[in-house]
Design a protein. Sequence first.
Length: 174
Amino acid sequence: MERYIQQLIEDLRLLISKMKTHEETEIKSVHDDESFRKHIEDVENYLHGEQIPVSTITGILKEQLPPPEKLNKQQKKKLATEMEIFLRYLHFELDFPRKYPVHLRYSFIRNFWDEKHAPMLYGTTHIEFCDYNKENCPFTGYCKTCEDWDYTADMEDFQNRKNADDADLNELPF
């Protein structure tokens, strides 16, 4: 398995070496009219374009990524690190809690290959693995965001304000 992991890492690095860096594309898009137009097209594609499997965007099938149960802690850590770097070059930023252990990220990253997204040449697509519902928190013990942002309380507050606004509308003199 160790040889396979090393070969996969080499493949990721080879793909990276063939890509333009994120900074190069961003700087060029600001100073070149054609690139800026493509940048705007990219934004439109992100908002309204066809979403394709991450495996198609990366050129790597999920089946090529070893199942987590076949890897030890160090192997998961090594692959997760390399895969996060690789995905940054494809304009994906994976949002994990700051102190979330790297080896635990591997399963999330591997499952990300099942998702569909619009490919990007500019900008960054942030990928969140949390739905901000503390009952479903995937990062229990590592994150307080769900507690800080209690969606239920926010929705109740929003509904109360909306009902008050609606009541005010009914009292207009015209």
